[in-house]
Each structure stands twice: as structure tokens, then as C-alpha cells.
Design a protein around this ligand. Structure first.
Ligand SMILES: [Zn+2]
Length: 603
């Protein structure tokens, strides 16, 4: 009998050993399809999804979702939780005593998160110690809930809402501390007229000058310091939360965040995170093209996954157009850019309620499964190094300076000329079929990233007006030494606003084609292969996607090789590759949304 128990015990031990889940961040390196929400397993299988993000524990740990997480783990699916950090609502916090967390407006009234409707929750203050403690408690719950990753929503903190908030007692105290640490008493007096910093209250200071917000501060330098204080204190908080969570977890755990539109006040968190699942503005093709955004994130951090998602207003629109017919384009565009696109499953929609969408959005599997399948079955086609002939400089110091000067004044588009100018230039180069990449230079403080290798670039473009920081550009000095021409395009940002500009001197020396402007061409290299992604943006609401005509593509500086072409849902076919001097060329057959041409050079 004893022996039987002993054997039974050993058997259980063996079972536990076999089923113990191994937490490892290795999955971040794999090509996986991310799905929003808490979809059933069947749905995930249908759309080839293997990571859920923005998913469980929105309201904290609960048995039902814990069971679900364990079930997903047993099927090899990874779970990134949903951690709202700026919503003090009963459903998130689990209590009704919430006003105490709220940050205040300039008149001292508690502020609400108006992007959540109806019943907007209070907007908590990241500088509030009680809220900081709540977030730590909540982090522990997510870890006890056995998630692979924690996804910070609203990562910007109060620093992203200074058009309305930022004036509670905790913010005022924090700003006093920031000023006294950064400046000497005599500097405080001469720069800002502050006599005794321990008695300084920025809200009272503004009110006494008749200001309705920081944009009315007669001392712009002080307003800028306030913005930097709010960004810095949030970054410190996020770093502390991550440190705390890793210590508590004592195992591999990853951190993601919503870097909405990748604006400067979100870029400051990239160094701290392992991946991002980010909302973005998504306009309709042909104008809505996002290769620039993908290449910008690659320049900031090539190895970290960046998964794009439509913001809650655009998601509603996308769900309404002919049953998500533009979603396959978004999936393949992100794949060509080496990144990902989040598949919506019962995703929250701002102002939902129309009978066709019923307040949430879910992608129909039959619309997308061929596309997601192509991505997961051919990871090597979507991991290559993207060919860039022209570099667009994105200088973070300039972008941040611009944000600090005016970005805080707007709720949704605090992007400025540096940001929109750079992405607008990317749009232009994509239309003109000029291969480009971004060159990113951090400020060494908020973003550590040093400017990268500029070898192989034929030209560098700076598509925004000169900012004060220009002489700080190490990269431009290096370009000068290497005799790489640099062009300043002060009006470049206007392209974003749809104004036509012609830059005749911008031509590609390596890629030529007779494809129309609405075809996107992205060439990448991996393992002795050239992978050419062809994307069709020729779309109208009335006619849907208009199939492309056949067109030629010639790429120079490369040997000819064996050619294969494929469209989603189809089999690979041979394609003839011709050799012309130092170039190769092919004739692409017409296609509806996406085609890939792969040239294997050693065959
Ligand atoms: Zn506050």
C-alpha cells in the first residue's frame, strides 16, 4: 500500500514536471500574429494568432481569466495582459472611492479621461503616491495571473494630457522638487523669478497671471521645464514599476506599451520596453501608408516588435468598410516593414453602437487567414534587412524640443513638424519608389540610442525646419566627413498636408519601375536572397482594391538569380529574372493586395 502511494506521488511529480510552464522571453524573437482581447482558442487558430495582447486582467486578477491563460499556455499561446494605468473607474479599480486619485485642472477640479465614453473615469495622476501603490498592487496581480507580458496602456501618463491636467498637489510638489534639483536658487530667480522654490506653486503662479493653462505662461522656458518634469517623472515611474515587477516575478517577463502614433512623448519609453502594441491613425489607402512609421520604429529599435493597431475611432471606420476589406493590406504592409498588425477581436470602439458593429470590432477570419498564414509560414521573407538608399534624419532632441514648446496643447496630435515632416517625407519617397530608411539620433538622456551607421547611404534628408539643436547633430558631421550630401527641406512637412511638392533631385539609382504611385515597393535582403514586397494601395470606397496592371521592377547592384513569386493563398511560382549589366529585373504579374518576389542569388 505504502509503495503504491509512493508510486502515485512520483507519478504526480512527473506530471507536474511535464506540465510546468516555462516562462521565457524568447517568443519575442519569433514571427507571431498578435490578436487583441480574449478570443476563444478556435478563433486564434483560424487567424493563425499565437499572442494575445491588450487582453486579460483589465479589472485585475480573476479565476476565469486565469483558467483561460493556463489553457492558452498549454497550446503554446503567449499572453500580454491589459494594464490600464490612467483609468480610475469602478471596473478597473474595483472600488467607488476614486476621486482621490484624479489629477486636477488649472481651476483645481478633478479631471476625467474623456476618450472613454460613456461614464468617463477619473484621470489618475501618475505623481499621486496612492495611485502609484495601486499600480504596484495591480502589477502583482498580473504576475500572479501567470502572464508572459504586461502591456501598459496610456503609457504617456499626465505628461500626455497637459492641455487639461497636471495641476494637483502631487504635481505641484514634484515640480518644486524638479526645479530645486535642476537649478540653483540664483538661477531660479534670474530665469523664472522664483524667490523661494519651497513656496512656489505653479498653478497659483499661472492663475495670478490670468493664464488658462501652461500655453498662456508668459515665461515659455518655465512652461517647457514643466513639460519635461511631467515626462521625466512618468518615465521614472514606469522604470520603477518594471523594476518592481521583475523583482516580484523572479522569472522572465516582458513589458509592452501603447506608444500612440509614436510621438516624441511616447518614444521616451522605447528603451524601457521589450515590445509595443501601439495605436496609430489609420487613413484609407491610397493616402494612408504607414511604411514610414514601421521604418522609424526599426531605426529606433530594430529588434523589438512593434505591432500597430488603429486608434479607437479609425478602428470603427475600418470595421465599417466592406467588412474589413482594407485589413489584409494593413497586415501585409506591416509584414513588409518587418513588424506586425494587431487583429481585432471584440475590440473597444470609441462611440460604438451602430448596429453593424455593435460597439466592438472583430475581424472575420475568412478575410485575413490567408494573409496571416503567409506571414507565419514564411518568417524568413519578413525578417530581412530593408534596403535604404536615402536616409531621413529623425533627431529626437529636435522632436522633443518641439513637443515641449507646443505639443502639450493638443489632446491627440502633439506631433509637430519634425515628426510629421519625417513621416511625410517617407510618404513622398514611397510614392516615388525611392528606397529609404530612417536614421535616428537619441538625446542620450530620454532616448539613449546613438546614431547608427550611415554607410551605404547616398544622401541624407532633413525634412523639417532647423531647430536650435542642429549643431548637436553628430551624424551630420559624420556625413560631411564621408562626403554624403545632406539636404535640408524646411517645408517638407507640408507634404503631409497634401500639398504637392517636387524634389527633382530625388531619384533612385538602384530601383526603377513603371509601377504607379499607388504601388509600394520594399526591397529587403536576407541570407543571399533579395525579397521584394509589392503592396497595392490603389483603393476606393466604391470599387475596393483595383488590381494592378503588370509592371517591371529593376534593382541594381545585385546579381541575377532564381526567382519565385507568391500571393497570399496561392502557391509559389517561378518568375523570370533578367540580367542587364549590373542589375536584375522582372515583370510582376498583376495582383490585388500583395505579392512577393524572391530572388535567390546563389541559384
Ligand atoms: Zn497631478
Amino acid at each position: 500500500m505504502r509503495r503504491a502511494f509512493y508510486l502515485l506521488f512520483l507519478f504526480f511529480l512527473f506530471q507536474c514536471e511535464k506540465e510546468a510552464y516555462n516562462f521565457s522571453n524568447e517568443w519575442l524573437k519569433e514571427k507571431r500574429i498578435y490578436v487583441y482581447g480574449t478570443p476563444p482558442l478556435d478563433y486564434l487558430k483560424e487567424v493563425n494568432g499565437s499572442v494575445i495582447a491588450w487582453s486579460v486582467y483589465h479589472g485585475g486578477l480573476n479565476d476565469e481569466e486565469l483558467d483561460y491563460v493556463r489553457k492558452l499556455h498549454s497550446e503554446g499561446i503567449k499572453v500580454a495582459s491589459n494594464f490600464p494605468t490612467m483609468q480610475a473607474s469602478p471596473s478597473v479599480v474595483g472600488s467607488n472611492d476614486l476621486e482621490k486619485y484624479a489629477c486636477k485642472d488649472i481651476n483645481g477640479n478633478p479631471v476625467k479621461a474623456l476618450w472613454i465614453q460613456p461614464n468617463s473615469p477619473y484621470l489618475p495622476c501618475h505623481n499621486n503616491p496612492e495611485w502609484q501603490e495601486f499600480l504596484k498592487r495591480r502589477l502583482r496581480e498580473h504576475i500572479d495571473g501567470e502572464v508572459d507580458a504586461i502591456h501598459f496602456d496610456e503609457i504617456e501618463g499626465i505628461g500626455g494630457h497637459l492641455y487639461i491636467a497636471g495641476f494637483c498637489e502631487h504635481c505641484m510638489r514634484g515640480f518644486r522638487r524638479y526645479l530645486s534639483q535642476k537649478f540653483t536658487p540664483s538661477e531660479l530667480k534670474s530665469l523664472f523669478g522664483i524667490e523661494e522654490v519651497e513656496n512656489f506653486d505653479y498653478r497659483e503662479y499661472l492663475l495670478s497671471r490670468g493664464a488658462r493653462g501652461i500655453f498662456d505662461d508668459p515665461n515659455k522656458k518655465l512652461a517647457k521645464e514643466f513639460v519635461i518634469f511631467q515626462l521625466k517623472s512618468r518615465k521614472e515611474q514606469i522604470e520603477e514599476l518594471i523594476r518592481y515587477a521583475r523583482e516580484y516575478a523572479g522569472r522572465d517577463i516582458a513589458f509592452g506599451g501603447n506608444l500612440f502614433f509614436l510621438t516624441p512623448n511616447k518614444q521616451i519609453f522605447i528603451d524601457d520596453l521589450d515590445f509595443s502594441v501601439s495605436e496609430n491613425f489609420i487613413e484609407l489607402p491610397p493616402d494612408g501608408k504607414y511604411m514610414g512609421t514601421y521604418l522609424l520604429t526599426r531605426a529606433i529599435s530594430e529588434e523589438k516588435p512593434f505591432i500597430m493597431f488603429p486608434n479607437i475611432i479609425d478602428l470603427k471606420f475600418m470595421s465599417l468598410i466592406n467588412n474589413y476589406e482594407t485589413l489584409p493590406l494593413r497586415i501585409m504592409e506591416s509584414g513588409a516593414g518587418g513588424e506586425g498588425f494587431l487583429i481585432p477581436y471584440r475590440a473597444y470602439i470609441f462611440g460604438g453602437g451602430l448596429s453593424t458593429v455593435k460597439g466592438t470590432a472583430t475581424a472575420p477570419p475568412e478575410k485575413i487567414r490567408n494573409y496571416t498564414k503567409m506571414l507565419v509560414e514564411n518568417p524568413d521573407l519578413f525578417n530581412g534587412k530593408i534596403t535604404g538608399e536615402i536616409g531621413i534624419l529623425y533627431d529626437f532632441s529636435c522632436a522633443l524640443e518641439e513637443y515641449a514648446e507646443e505639443g502639450y496643447a493638443y489632446p491627440y496630435i502633439p506631433s509637430g513638424k519634425v515628426h510629421t515632416g519625417s513621416l511625410g517625407m517617407a510618404l513622398y519617397l514611397q510614392k516615388k519608389h525611392i528606397p529609404f530608411r530612417f536614421i535616428y539620433e537619441g538625446d542620450g538622456d530620454f532616448v539613449k540610442k546613438e546614431s547608427e551607421d550611415i554607410n551605404g547611404l547616398r544622401m541624407i534628408l532633413v525634412p523639417y525646419p532647423p531647430c536650435e539643436a542642429f549643431d548637436r547633430f553628430k551624424i551630420l558631421k559624420r556625413a560631411e566627413e564621408m562626403k554624403i550630401p545632406v539636404h535640408f527641406i524646411p517645408e517638407g512637412y507640408r507634404i503631409w498636408n497634401g500639398e504637392k511638392m517636387d524634389f527633382d533631385f530625388l531619384k533612385s539609382e538602384i530601383l526603377s519601375t513603371d509601377a504607379g504611385e499607388d504601388v509600394g515597393i520594399v526591397a529587403a535582403e536576407s541570407d543571399n536572397k533579395t525579397v521584394v514586397h509589392l503592396i497595392n494601395y490603389d483603393y476606393s470606397l466604391k470599387e475596393g482594391f483595383r488590381r494592378t496592371k503588370p509592371f517591371y521592377v529593376r534593382i541594381c547592384g545585385k546579381e541575377k538569380g532564381r526567382g519565385i513569386t507568391m500571393v497570399p493563398g496561392g502557391d509559389p511560382e517561378e518568375i523570370e529574372i533578367k540580367k542587364e549589366n549590373n542589375c536584375f529585373s522582372f515583370l510582376s504579374p498583376g495582383f490585388e493586395i500583395y505579392r512577393v518576389v524572391v530572388i535567390e542569388h546563389n541559384q
